[in-house]
Design a protein around this ligand. Structure first.
Ligand code: F6P
Length: 273
């Protein structure tokens, strides 16, 4: 068979390990494997490259995705997907492996409805894909966040501050929960467990009266204006407060062992069937 593989949406550590697994397992079973550049955009633009054992050498430990990725909102339009389907047929591709998160899975499902054999590998730091306990990239992102929390706790304690740390996750609070627990956060605020702000303020004032030197609040993105929250805490609690938005650093870096293993399980995408 001719198999194509792509990565789409936000990049995640371990995506390269997953591509490598698909390529090398494909070769074991005698398939030809092609990489699609830059996610669904490359499908539409017809950017296919042949991948060999050698093309994925050294990829296990590399962050990001060497195939490139993108977001393509236009892929929701059937006429745009039809161009992708036509290109897959033009290149005689028998099946497509997509590595990504929620949006990538939706795209793959729509392609499947249009007659393309697809299989998804869950690659996103958000851990928001059903059917798997963990997604490729999540564990590394948690490590990055925990490292940041540890560092921010040092300076919070020195300055007697409340540190607010905004993490990614989109609609999933898993990054905040896992990293918040590992970092010993006093408050973890997520879409699944939104906080009662008055209660939190009261608790923070209590901490001050008890003589505590600092507190850490980990919060999923898009829930609050974290800088405004820091200002409010500074004005009303007796602590000064600062907010740190961790941002894209959470998506980078060499995958940790768990993500290398999860990525390597991408070999099950082919598995000879
Ligand atoms: O899906 C991964 C993710 O990093 C989310 O946590 C975040 O909300 C989003 O991507 C950011 O997307 P973009 O790279 O388009 O800014």
């Amino acid at each position: 068979m001719k198999i194509a593989v792509l990565t789409s949406g936000g990049d995640a550590p371990g995506m390269n390990a997953a591509i490598r697994a698909v390529v090398r397992t494909g070769q074991v079973y005698g398939h030809e494997v092609f990489g699609v550049k830059n996610g669904y955009k490359g499908l539409v633009d017809g950017e296919f490259i042949a991948l060999t054992h050698q093309s994925v050498s050294g990829m296990l430990s590399r962050g990001g995705t060497f195939l490139g990725t993108s977001r393509l909102p236009e892929f929701k339009e059937e006429k745009v997907r039809q161009i992708a389907v036509d290109n897959l047929k033009k290149f005689d591709i028998d099946a497509l492996v997509t590595i990504g998160g929620d949006g990538t899975y939706h795209g793959a499902m729509e392609l499947n409805k249009m007659g393309i054999k697809t299989i998804g590998l869950p690659g996103t730091i958000d851990n928001d894909i059903a059917g798997t306990d963990f997604t490729i990239g999540f564990a590394t992102a948690v490590e990055t966040i925990v490292d940041a929390i540890d560092k921010l706790r040092d300076t919070s304690n020195s300055h007697q501050r409340v540190s607010i740390i905004e993490v990614m996750g989109r609609r999933s609070g898993d990054l905040a929960v896992f990293a918040g627990i590992c970092g010993g956060a006093e408050f973890i605020i997520t879409p699944e467990n939104p906080v009662d702000k008055n209660h939190m303020m009261e608790e923070i004032r209590k901490y001050k009266n008890e003589g505590r030197r600092h507190a850490v609040v980990v919060i999923t993105e898009k829930l609050f204006d974290v800088h405004a929250l820091a200002k409010e805490i500074s004005e009303t609690s007796g602590f000064s407060s600062r907010a740190t938005v961790l941002g894209y650093i959470q998506r980078g870096g060499s995958p940790c062992p768990d993500d290398r293993i999860l990525g390597s399980l991408g070999s099950y995408a082919l598995n000879g069937k």
